[in-house]
Design a protein around this ligand. Sequence first.
Ligand code: ZN
Length: 199
Amino acid sequence: MSKESRKFRVPDALANVYDFANTLDLRHFTHHGVQHQQAEELDGPAGLGDWMKARGLVERGAVPSQKAFDQALRLRGALRDYLGCEPAERRRKAAVIDPLNKALEPFPLRVAAFGRDGMRLEPVQADAQAGLAAIAAELYDGAANGTLDRLKMCAADECRRVFFDRSKPGTRRWCQSELCGNREKTRAYRERQKRDAEA
Ligand SMILES: [Zn+2]
């Protein structure tokens, strides 16, 4: 979990998936006259190592290989495309399911028993891949218990941030309705006015 996942009350069990998907920040809207700066947290193998270390996903000092880094970016891309689809759409759209399966291939998991703590999925490998496999395990758990359906991507083109939908009906489209939702509604209103004026 992170400050960001805490702030937006993302369940701890999905916090790594949420943070991982949001390591790419594509937001470029202007808020109170200030343009949001886009950012890439995973700017290389060392950056990925730091990110995983901060979340306890990797042993101290381990820097992932270039190959592991490439696999991580492929996984993040496929994950963002998957989360970018409505939950119902995710279940039938081969164009997002197939690449996600492909991107998950390098991260094998096994069932492990933990006595009183029951069982859970554990990474098979022990290297840098293990940290990313732990994210794959989170993804599986979220899909199994249904919480993954509430992990969505903001519908605003200039945002595309992944958020956790805490609304009762689970039909939220924007990461922050007072921000992204309002911007979209204002724009739609202006476009409508313009059309009416031209008609
Ligand atoms: Zn947004």
